[in-house]
Design a protein around this ligand. Structure first.
Ligand SMILES: Nc1ncnc2c1ncn2[C@@H]1O[C@H](COP(=O)(O)OP(=O)(O)OP(=O)(O)O)[C@@H](O)[C@H]1O
Ligand SMILES: [Mg+2]
Length: 234
């Protein structure tokens, strides 16, 4: 479904991602794991068109999207839920969700989508009129994921969904990621909670200093000595 081939990414001429290649198949949950500053978020930006690769190729459903503008990539079915949520703090939950569907003209379709998001996160329906900034961290993450779902993506990219969330809500967020996949959405997940990510994913790639250094099925990596030593402190 998504294929990233030998992609290089840089900020102001400084290369931070080097020759990264990976694939995501339809219906999979694929995780990118690795420590701070290794280039995970940058890779997601390179897929969603926030950054354009210096070299290499990104293909989505057989179509070259390497140089496509970000809004057109959303239109093709890729949704990027960024690190740190990036909500509009003074807008209501409802309006924040609505912004995720800005490319959808059909009002009925938008309302159906909203009901789908509320069915996954019932608390957001109760909080619909509340300003986003008054929500708990976990609830804000639900709004961010909900907003990402409002564009009806085929591929949902989640950057650190567990960031700054109470452990009990982290479990709920990971449950929801499983449900979203069951509903037919493919998921590309970036996570620092390596154990949780490897547990839920089908396959994972380990990103280190802008390169992919290891890949394999989640369960296999969970047992691998390198991953256990580097990330799980075992
Ligand atoms: N907007 C930017 N301008 C310049 N350099 C940046 C920018 N964003 C990130 N970088 C640099 O690129 C490198 C990779 O950053 P990136 O955010 O992709 O890492 P990450 O793996 O997502 O880290 P974290 O786990 O902390 O989120 C880092 O050295 C970072 O300082
Ligand atoms: Mg990051």
């Amino acid at each position: 479904m998504l294929s990233v081939e030998h992609v290089d990414l840089s900020y102001n001429g400084v290369r931070v991602v080097e020759s990264v290649s990976f694939r995501v198949g339809p219906g999979e949950i694929v995780a990118l794991i690795g420590g701070n500053g290794n280039g995970k978020s940058t890779i997601l930006k390179g897929v969603s068109g926030i950054l354009h690769p210096v070299s290499g190729k990104v293909t989505f459903e057989g179509r070259d999207i390497t140089r496509l503008e970000a809004h057109r990539i959303v239109g093709l079915g890729i949704s990027h839920v960024p690190e740190g949520r990036r909500l509009f703090p003074f807008l209501s939950v409802y309006k924040n969700l609505l912004l995720g569907a800005y490319l959808v003209a059909d009002k009925k379709e938008v309302e159906e989508r909203m009901e789908y998001v509320y069915s996954i996160f019932p608390i957001l329906k109760e909080r619909a009129a509340q300003k986003a900034k008054t929500l708990s961290g976990g609830e804000q993450q639900m709004v961010a994921i909900g907003r990402g779902l409002m564009s009806k993506p085929k591929l949902l990219m989640l950057d650190e969904p567990s960031w700054g969330i109470a452990p009990i809500l982290v479990d709920r967020i990971f449950e929801v990621i499983g449900e979203i996949r069951k509903n037919g959405v493919t998921v590309l997940l970036v996570e620092q909670d390596v154990e949780a990510a490897l547990d839920i994913c089908d396959r994972a790639y380990v990103v280190q200093t802008g390169r992919i250094v290891l890949e394999g099925p989640g369960k296999e990596l969970l047992d691998s000595e390198v991953v256990r030593k580097a990330f799980l402190g075992l």
